[in-house]
Design a protein around this ligand. Structure first.
Ligand code: ADP
Length: 473
């Protein structure tokens, strides 16, 4: 399967998993709030159930205290507890709400309320018993219709008996038993609710963590796939680089041998054509003379072609960078070109061109090519002037070979550095189209760059750089 498709699948899986994770995390948050609420309800339910139990005990205690001491404060307290429980007086927290209503608010279930109802009914009966005891102390007795209108002497003995006898004890049990059951039900229900959320949330958390692990795994796997691929590609690149280098070497060798071997018979032909020209040219006429001229021109062209090719194949071979005085190098080139310079009345000028480390033969070839071109592509009517300039940068030296020749159309500024690319191909300018390609290779050998600035009919400036510290490379 193609790597890009594998990545697309990975990408989509990661995005989907991330989205699911976001949704699950939101759900977890929501459920966590629910769990907290359930825990809160459980706590409040406890408090309220405890309050009910407590108030029941308080009623007994206050009533008993009253029948024992006859102190009104206990009776007041008794009614106060009852009124708070029934929502007629405010509770200690300031809220005036019946205990039953608080329970409804907290969502107590029907079966819980049923249990409470049993407790309440039994409790009402006990409250009646307690009322009988309370009124007996005051000398008031039940008239049979639920009213304490019958007056007589206070009966302390009776009140105490009612509050402490076996029956009271049993009645009290009848209230406490359903309350106890209610407690257990409440405990189980709220505990189950909280547990349900807890289990759900912890499972959710496990899924989320699992998905995160999945995303991480996919990430790591894709990282390793990329790494493996890069390493593989680098290996392929290394092999093909080696192959290219060997091919380049082979090509250079072939070019060298071919051009070298071509030059030998070529030189013989050239000598013979010279002999022919000198000895027989005058004797021949018309087509004969023309043939000799054609042979002469063609062989000269072939020689410059083989010379250029030889140069091309020699660039960078068996060479080491060395210290070169560029002023001396240019002076030598001028010497070699004396005839050409004289013939064209060319003027070459330069100041201090510095001492640099470079490949001697190659640098010479580079300047020679540029200077020869500057002379070759001169403007007929103007004396060719060539100026060589130098500038030292932090990492490189820059040279400029400036001429006042015919100039170059800037749209060909890259093309001219390619092999066999010539702009001026008429008879006036003979050439092979290899010179600037050679220059480019030489500059690359010096880890530099070459480029041209030019304006048609005004001249051209060829600039190139040479990297400093070539020896240390
Ligand atoms: P050639 O053997 O044709 O001179 P080069 O590779 O040296 O080959 O140059 C490529 C082409 O670039 C030339 O054919 C010419 O058209 C153009 N050229 C090179 N140098 C100059 C220059 N100094 N002025 C104008 N044109 C130039």
């Amino acid at each position: 399967m193609k790597l890009s498709i594998v990545f697309k699948i990975f990408q989509i899986t990661i995005i989907i998993t991330l989205l699911i994770n976001v949704i699950l995390t939101l759900l977890l948050q929501k459920n966590h709030i629910k769990q907290q609420k359930a825990e809160n309800v459980r706590y409040k339910s406890y408090v309220i159930a405890e309050e009910l139990k407590q108030s029941s005990d308080d009623l007994t205690r206050y009533c008993r205290s009253y029948v024992l001491t006859g102190d009104n404060k206990w009776e007041n307290k008794y009614w106060e507890v009852l009124d708070i429980r029934n929502g007629k007086l405010p509770r200690p927290d300031g809220k005036t709400i019946a205990l039953v209503d608080s329970m409804k608010k907290l969502g107590f279930t029907k079966s819980e309320f049923d249990k409470l109802k049993v407790a309440e009914n039994n409790s009402n009966e006990l409250v009646w018993t307690e009322k009988v005891a309370l009124n007996a102390i005051k000398g008031l007795f039940d008239d049979g219709n639920g009213n304490f209108s019958v007056k007589a002497n206070p009966n302390l003995e009776m009140a105490r008996r009612i509050m402490f006898d076996e029956k009271y004890h049993e009645d009290k049990k009848l209230i406490m038993a359903p309350i106890h059951d209610f407690f257990e039900m409440l405990d189980k229900r709220t505990h189950d609710t909280v547990l349900k959320y807890k289990v759900f949330n912890s499972n959710l958390l496990r899924v989320i963590i699992g998905l995160i692990v999945l995303i991480l795994t996919i990430g790591v796997v894709s990282f390793f796939i990329v790494l493996k691929n890069i390493i593989q590609k680098m290996k392929v690149l290394e092999v093909s680089n080696k192959l290219i280098m060997t091919k380049n070497d082979e090509l250079s060798r072939f070019t060298y041998i071919a051009s070298h071997d071509l030059q030998e018979p070529l030189n013989t032909i050239i000598s013979f054509s010279k002999l022919l020209k000198e000895g027989y040219y005058e004797k021949l006429e018309g087509i004969g003379q023309k043939s000799i001229e054609i042979i002469d021109n063609s062989t000269m062209r072939m020689r410059s072609l083989t010379t250029d090719l030889l140069e091309y194949s020699r660039i960078g071979k068996k060479a080491k960078p060395e210290k070169i005085n560029v002023n001396v190098l240019i002076a030598n080139i001028e010497l070699d070109l004396t005839e050409l310079i004289k013939k064209n009345k060319a003027i070459i000028s330069y100041d201090n061109l510095s001492e640099i480390v470079a490949y001697r033969n190659e640098l010479r070839m580079l300047f020679l090519n540029l200077i020869c071109n500057a002379i070759k592509y001169r403007k007929d009517t103007i004396v060719p002037q060539i100026r060589i300039e130098f500038e030292e940068g932090t990492y490189e030296y820059t040279y400029a070979v400036i001429d006042n020749g015919i100039g170059i159309d800037m749209k060909f500024r890259h093309k001219i550095f390619e092999v066999f690319q010539r702009l001026h191909t008429n008879d006036h300018y003979s050439g092979t189209g290899i010179g600037l390609a050679n220059c480019k290779r030489i500059v690359e050998l010096h880890k530099g760059e070459i480029w041209v600035r030019s304006e048609i009919n005004k001249g051209s400036t060829f600039l190139f750089t040479i990297k400093k510290n070539l020896i240390n490379e």
